[in-house]
Design a protein around this ligand. Sequence first.
Ligand code: DX5
Ligand code: ZN
Length: 219
Amino acid sequence: MVEIATSLLSLDTENVTKDIYNLEVAHTDYIHIDVMDGKFVEKDTEKRMFDYTNQIKAISNIPIDVHFMVEDIKKQLEMYIPFMPNCITFHYEACKNKEEVFHYINKIKEEEIKVGIAISPKTKLETIYEFLPFIHMVLMMTVEPGKGGQQLIPETLEKIKLLYDYRNEKKLEFNIEADGGINLETISSIKQVGVDIAVVGSAITKSSDYKQTIELLKS
Ligand code: DX5
Ligand code: ZN
């Protein structure tokens, strides 16, 4: 059964408390927080996402799945580690070299927080093979990072299948998360290639009934 991480990126609301409550009632497995710095990607969601995370921590126990689309990972870790999210994922493409990747993997694990590495559609799978034994999750972008409401890029499905097969072949343990353009039309292909956690933004937050949409995505 695929788990659902609801992304709040496309949420346009005056009353985020009500939306968090509705997501709790709708049994989203995680809330996905898209931190964008206006440098790694064009949009800047730093303040909004920090406020959302504060609110979630104040009123809910839904596990938080943080997705850094930022250049300054160190700065964002200082802001998000205190929230003790379930998982913090950073982009391979934001790191200068493999030493930096390992540095952040260890830093996040030292805080007893799960660590994920995200790769964009154009990044080759082989570039992250050496990190896989040390991380809890791989976030496979199925759209170009930076905004919600995009179409899923079909070529990324083949890449996810390769990762799934590689994990089984090497008997590794990490979760596979897919992110971008996932909705009631594309969810079956996502399940077919072995995704464990599907990030869904606009298909949920723009729907009139969160609970029904999440049940349909999971069924
Ligand atoms: C895009 C974000 C995704 C996005 C998903 O850069 O990482 O999490 O919010 O939104 P949808 O589901 O609308 O593509
Ligand atoms: Zn995301």
